[in-house]
Write a protein that binds this ligand. Structure first.
Ligand SMILES: [Zn+2]
Length: 708
C-alpha cells in the first residue's frame, strides 16, 4: 500500500478500536499515537529513499512531541494503533503486520550488538498490553494477544495468549461463533495467572490428601513396607499412589534365546515382591512385557533360517516352560512390543511435537539435552556417559547420547508403516508405551535387573516424563547380578548356565530357594555346591513336614510335655511378626528364610522330646501352618513330601522305580517277620547304594531320596 492509504487505514483503525474516538478533527489534532505513526510513515519513506540525517532527526522530534520512539527503519503494516502511547519504543529492525494495537509503555526492543535483524516481528492482528516488552529477533504470530507487563523472549505461535515474566503461552484456542456478520473467530478468555496458580495448588493439596489417606490405610494394615528406590538412592517407605491397586511393571525378556539363571533371578524376585505386596493386603496389577522385535531376534532368525516372528514365538514358549517350572506366576498382562506399535508411534509423534525428538532419514531420535533430568536414575551426567559408554557413531545425531525411538528399516527387515516411513520401534519406547497403556501415567514400582538402569531405564524415564509431563514410576527396583567365580554371569562372557541345563541336575524348588536365600540386591555366586545346599534345605523342610504329618496322625490322647515346649511356643508366637518385619525391610527374603529355618530347627527339637496330647498337637499344627503360610508367600514348600522325593528321583536319575522300592520294602518286611535280620539288612543297604533311604515309622516303612 502507498503512504496515504496506510495513513488512512491507521486513521480508520482508531475509530474501530477506540470507543472514545468521536470527532475526526479531534483524532487528527489530539491523538499522539496517530501523530507518531503519521510521522513515522513519512520518516520511513525518507529512510528508504536514502535521505541522510533527516529521518533520524524527525524521529527524534516525533519522540519529543508524542513520547513514542519509532526507529525510521522499522517496517509497520497498515491499520496500526498506539493507544495511550506514552513510552512506546519501536526498534530499527522491527516488523509489524497489519491491524496491530499497542498500548502504553510497550517496547519492541532489540538484543545483541551485531548489525542485522535484532528486533521482533509481529504478525497481523496482534494486541500488545501496557508495559509489555518483546525483545529480540523473535517472531510473534498472527492473532496473538500479549498481556500487560509480559516479557516475551521466545517465539509465540499463531492464536496464542501470553502472560507473565518471562512470558509464557497460556492459551491457544479459538472460539468460532456465527453472528449477524457471519462466522466470527475470537480468542478464548484471558486466563488469570493467579487463578491458575491457585488451581495448581488445589490439585497438589488434593493429591497430598489422597496420599495421607493411603498412608493411614497402610497403618491400619499394620506397619509399613520399605523399598530401596534406585531413583532416591535409599530405602523409602512404600506408599502406593492408590492403595486399592498397586501397579507394578517389570521389564521382561527379549525373546531370541533360552533363558539363563540371571533371567530366572529377575523373574523370581519380582514374582515374590508381587506375592508379598498381595499378602500385605494390597491388590496388585502386574505387567511384564516381551520384546518380540529386536536386532537380536532378526539376527537369530537369519541364523536359524526361520521367520523373525517364529523366533520370538519359540523363545516365548521356552520362557514359559522354564518359568512355570520355577513357580513364577504369570503377570496380569504380558504384552508384546509388536502389539503396541500404534501406541509407540503416538508417543514418538508427541515427543516430536513437544520438541524432544527429531527425525533424520526415517529414524527418530530422542534429544537427551532437551530433557533436563537426564541421568537422574543412573546418577551420572552426560559427560560421564559419553566417556563411559560405548556409543554408536552416527554423525547425524545431534548428541552422541541421543537414542533411537524409531528406526528406519533396512532392506529385508521387518517394518511397520509410520509417519516417517517404514520402520520399527527402538527398544526403550516399548516399555513406556505398554506401561502407559496398561498402568497409566504414574505407577508405583518399576523393576528389572541392575544392568537395565542405564541406558534402558534412564531412557524410559526421559521419554515418558517428556511425553506426559508427569512422574513416570515412583519406586525403581533393581535386582543384583549372578556371578560365576566372582565374575558377572553374562551372555557376552559365555559363563552362563541356562535354566534348562540346571533343571537337568537340580529340582526347580531348590533353584528358586537358592535364588531367594540371598537378598535380591546382592550379587549371588552361582555354583553346584550352593544348589546342593539349597537342596538340603528344602529336603530338611519336607523331612520335617513328613515328621509333622506322622505326629498329627497319632492319636495324641495322653499329655506328655517336650522339654522344648517353651521354645516352640515362643518362636511360634513371634514368627509372623518376624517374617513380616524381614520382608517389610526391602523384601529381605534371606532373613525371612533364616527365620523359617530357625522355626524348623526348634520344631524338630520339640518333636525329639516325644511330646503327646491335644496341646502338643495344636502347637505342632500351628508351627506347620506358619511354615506353609510363609512358604506360600515365597512359593516354596507347596508339594507333599512324596512329590518332593519323586521329583528328586528324576533329577538324580535314580535307577529304581517306586514300584521297585515298594516291592523291596515288602520283601524286607517278610524277612524281618521271619527274623532273617541279615537279609533285611542287605535289602536296606542295597537300596541305600542306589540313593534310597528307608525309614521305619509307626504306620510302616517309608522311604526318601538321599541327598549329596
Ligand atoms: Zn523396559
Amino acid at each position: 500500500m502507498g503512504l496515504f492509504q496506510d495513513i488512512r487505514s491507521d486513521y480508520k483503525a482508531i475509530f474501530e478500536r477506540d470507543p472514545a474516538a468521536k470527532s475526526r478533527i479531534e483524532v487528527f489534532l489530539a491523538y499522539p499515537g496517530f501523530h507518531a505513526i503519521f510521522l513515522h510513515r513519512i520518516n520511513h519513506l525518507l529512510w528508504k529513499t536514502g535521505v541522510p540525517v533527516l529521518p533520524r532527526l524527525l524521529s527524534h522530534i516525533g519522540r519529543f512531541l508524542t513520547g513514542i520512539e519509532i526507529h525510521p527503519a522499522a517496517s509497520i503494516g497498515a491499520g496500526f494503533v498506539i493507544d495511550h502511547g506514552m513510552g512506546v519504543v519501536i526498534g530499527e529492525t522491527t516488523e509489524v503486520g497489519e491491524n496491530c494495537l499497542l498500548y502504553q509503555g510497550v517496547t519492541l526492543g532489540g538484543t545483541g550488538k551485531e548489525k542485522g535483524k535484532r528486533h521482533p516481528t509481529l504478525g497481523n492482528n496482534v494486541v500488545v498490553g501496557s508495559g509489555a516488552k518483546i525483545l529480540g529477533a523473535i517472531k510473534v504470530g498472527n492473532n496473538v494477544i500479549i498481556g500487560a507487563n509480559s516479557v516475551i523472549l521466545k517465539p509465540v505461535p499463531d492464536n496464542s495468549i501470553c502472560v507473565g515474566v518471562p512470558g509464557r503461552i497460556t492459551r491457544k484456542k479459538i472460539i468460532r461463533m456465527t453472528t449477524d456478520d457471519g462466522l466470527v473467530e475470537m480468542m478464548d478468555y484471558f486466563p488469570d495467572p493467579i487463578v491458575e496458580k491457585l488451581r495448581e495448588l488445589e490439585s497438589r493439596i488434593n493429591d497430598m490428601d489422597r496420599r495421607l489417606d493411603s498412608a493411614d490405610k497402610i497403618k491400619e494394615r499394620g506397619g509399613r513396607m520399605r523399598i530401596y528406590n534406585t531413583l532416591a538412592g535409599k530405602k523409602e517407605e512404600f506408599i502406593p499412589e492408590n492403595p486399592a491397586e498397586v501397579r507394578m511393571y517389570a521389564c521382561g525378556i527379549t525373546a531370541y534365546d533360552h533363558c539363563h539363571i540371571g533371567h530366572a533371578r529377575s523373574a523370581i524376585v519380582f514374582d515374590v515382591m508381587r506375592r508379598y505386596i498381595k499378602y500385605r493386603g494390597f491388590p496388585v496389577k502386574y505387567i511384564k512385557n516381551f520384546t518380540d522385535i529386536d536386532d537380536k531376534i532378526i539376527n537369530r532368525a537369519r541364523q536359524e533360517g526361520i521367520a523373525w516372528d517364529k523366533v520370538a514365538e519359540k523363545y516365548i514358549d521356552e520362557y514359559y516352560r522354564d518359568m512355570d517350572s520355577l513357580g513364577v506366576g504369570r503377570a496380569d498382562v504380558e504384552p508384546k512390543a509388536t502389539e503396541h506399535i500404534q501406541e509407540m508411534i503416538d508417543i514418538v509423534k508427541g515427543l516430536i511435537d513437544k520438541g524432544f525428538a527429531y527425525e533424520i532419514d526415517g529414524s527418530v531420535y530422542f534429544e537427551v539435552l532437551k530433557f533436563q533430568d537426564y541421568g537422574k536414575l543412573s546418577k551420572r551426567d552426560l559427560e560421564d556417559m559419553m566417556a563411559g559408554a560405548r556409543v554408536e557413531v552416527d554423525d547425524r545425531k545431534r548428541n552422541p547420547m541421543d537414542f533411537a525411538l524409531w528406526k528406519a528399516s533396512k532392506e529385508g527387515e521387518p517394518s511397520w508403516e509410520s509417519p516417517w516411513g517404514p520402520g520399527r520401534p527402538g527398544w526403550h519406547i516399548e516399555c513406556s508405551a505398554m506401561s502407559l497403556k496398561h498402568l497409566g501415567v504414574t505407577f508405583d514400582i518399576h523393576g528389572g535387573g541392575a544392568d537395565l538402569i542405564f541406558p534402558h531405564h534412564e531412557n524410559e524415564i526421559a521419554q515418558s516424563e517428556a511425553f506426559t509431563g508427569r512422574p513416570f514410576a515412583k519406586y525403581w527396583v533393581h535386582n543384583g547380578f549372578i556371578t560365576v567365580d566372582k565374575e558377572k554371569m553374562s551372555k557376552s562372557l559365555g559363563n552362563f548356565f541356562t535354566i534348562k541345563e540346571i533343571l537337568n541336575k537340580f529340582d526347580a524348588e531348590a533353584i528358586r530357594f537358592f535364588l531367594l536365600s540371598t537378598h535380591y540386591r546382592s550379587p549371588i555366586e552361582f555354583s553346584d555346591e550352593q544348589l546342593k545346599e539349597a537342596e538340603l534345605s528344602i529336603d530338611r523342610y519336607y523331612t520335617t513336614a513328613l515328621r509333622t504329618r506322622d505326629f498329627l496322625m497319632q492319636d495324641n490322647l495322653k499329655d506328655k510335655h517336650s522339654p522344648d515346649e517353651k521354645a516352640l511356643e515362643d518362636i511360634t508366637s513371634k514368627f509372623s511378626a518376624g517374617f513380616r518385619e524381614a520382608m517389610d525391610d526391602d523384601f529381605n527374603t534371606a532373613l525371612a528364610i533364616g527365620n523359617i529355618f530357625e522355626l524348623i530347627r526348634v520344631l524338630n527339637k520339640y518333636l525329639d522330646g516325644r511330646p503327646s496330647g491335644q496341646k502338643a498337637a495344636a502347637l505342632v499344627k500351628l508351627a506347620d501352618d506358619l511354615l506353609r503360610e510363609s512358604g506360600g508367600v515365597l512359593n516354596i514348600f507347596a508339594r507333599t513330601p512324596e512329590e518332593w522325593y519323586k521329583a528328586l528321583m528324576t533329577v538324580k536319575s535314580i535307577d529304581v522305580t517306586e514300584e521297585g522300592i515298594a516291592a523291596k520294602i515288602e520283601e524286607r518286611r517278610q524277612a524281618r517277620e521271619a527274623k532273617d535280620w541279615a537279609s533285611a539288612d542287605l535289602i536296606r543297604k542295597d537300596l541305600e547304594e542306589k540313593g534310597i533311604i528307608l525309614e521305619d515309622r509307626k504306620d510302616g516303612t517309608g522311604w526318601k531320596v538321599k541327598i549329596s
